[in-house]
Design a protein around this ligand. Structure first.
Ligand code: NCN
Ligand code: DMD
Length: 328
């Protein structure tokens, strides 16, 4: 029902962008994907002259009961400590946003109350999953015109891997990676936790919202809401890495059109991120070996998006610059 009347991309806006692009002082197609990026912005903002005046990285922080299974290289206390670090400007995402004039908001999601350990019980009850999804809608308030959801949550690569295994098929090891840097034994505990969860919840994993509730976390629920709000309100989305894409993949499983407004900012070396992007039909803008989270890869990709738009908007035309055209 939420996805019954999704707005369509604007074909007129794309046509207008193409018409202007043809006049710019460069050989046709010479800016490669930068040209596609501007078409994408116009299509989803629904205007012939797209703008990036209020880009935002919205970082959601959540804690995970499954950390009790020894699946992370870091203690759960690092989640709230990193939130403090975001607030005081000391994290990587602060520098990326500062360098490229991007807004940054941080949402703490009941960090003192981790989700249930999903090897033993559903991570969340229905009310909490739904309420947290709805909370994600706040991300686009205040005139945001380009959104990059990000996340922080010790243990959440285990949650994301479990979601991928539920959506696309196990075993766990097909989807897991080292996360924050677990050793061989840590990786084995991670795979065992996910395989145990798949066995426990197996009969209930055909519905993406049920997968969210049983295997997800609050940050993943909120990011699904943020991406959905953007889809419903003409805000294009830049996807970050392995964990953010678990939210996108759940929406994609509900209906592929729910993530039609998303571009993949980058590909993370974590687990099966490359395959996840391929399954959603997304080609990453950047491939820099980044596996941090925080919205960092998406934030950096916004710098590319802004540059693409600056070229489109501010380049001279053949006529205005007195440059001879192709067949002159
Ligand atoms: O997004 C990614 O590609 C990514 C890959 C590996 C780790 N992370 C980050 O690392 C944290 C989760 O790692 P872990 O080992 O505790 O599951 C969480 O805060 C994520 O933002 C993020
Ligand atoms: C230090 C640290 C910073 C992070 N940022 C996102 N995930 C993280 C995980 C750790 C451990």
């Amino acid at each position: 029902m939420l996805f019954a009347n999704l707005p369509a991309p604007s074909e007129e806006a794309v046509a207008a962008v193409r018409a202007r692009d043809a006049q710019l002082t460069k050989p046709p197609g010479a800016l490669g994907r930068l040209e596609e990026i501007v078409e994408w912005l116009a299509a989803w903002q629904g205007v012939a002259e797209p703008a990036i005046a209020r880009p935002l990285v919205a970082v959601y922080a959540g804690n995970h009961g499954v950390v009790a299974q020894g699946v992370s290289a870091f203690p759960a206390s690092v989640t709230v400590q990193m939130v403090q670090n975001f607030m005081s400007g000391g994290a990587a995402i602060n520098q990326i946003c500062k360098a490229h004039d991007i807004g940054l908001k941080v949402y703490e999601l009941a960090l003192e109350r981790p989700t249930q350990d999903f090897t033993l019980a559903p991570a969340m009850d229905e009310r909490e999953a739904a309420a947290t999804f709805a909370y994600g809608f706040e991300a686009i308030e205040g005139g945001v015109d380009l959104l990059a959801p990000g996340e922080m949550g010790i243990g959440n690569t285990t949650s994301a891997a479990a979601i991928y295994a539920a959506l696309y098929g196990g075993p766990a090891s097909r989807w897991t990676g080292r996360g924050t840097g677990v050793d061989e034994e840590g990786l084995a505990r991670k795979n065992a936790a996910i395989d145990a969860a798949l066995a426990l919840h197996g009969p209930h994993l055909s519905d993406p919202l049920e997968i969210l509730r049983r295997l997800g976390g609050r940050e993943i629920a909120a990011m699904m809401g943020a991406i959905t709000a953007a889809r419903l309100n003409n805000v294009p989305v830049v996807l970050d890495g392995y964990v953010v894409c678990a939210a996108a993949a759940l929406l994609h499983a509900m209906t592929p059109d729910a993530v039609a407004h998303c571009v993949a900012g980058h590909v993370s070396p974590e687990g099966g991120h490359r395959e996840v992007l391929a399954r959603m039909g997304k080609k990453p803008l950047l491939d820099l070996g980044m596996r941090l989270g925080e919205g960092s890869g998406a934030g950096l990709a916004i710098a590319i998006v802004k540059t693409a738009l600056a070229c489109h908007r501010d380049m001279a035309t053949f006529e205005s610059a007195g440059v001879s055209g192709k067949d002159a």
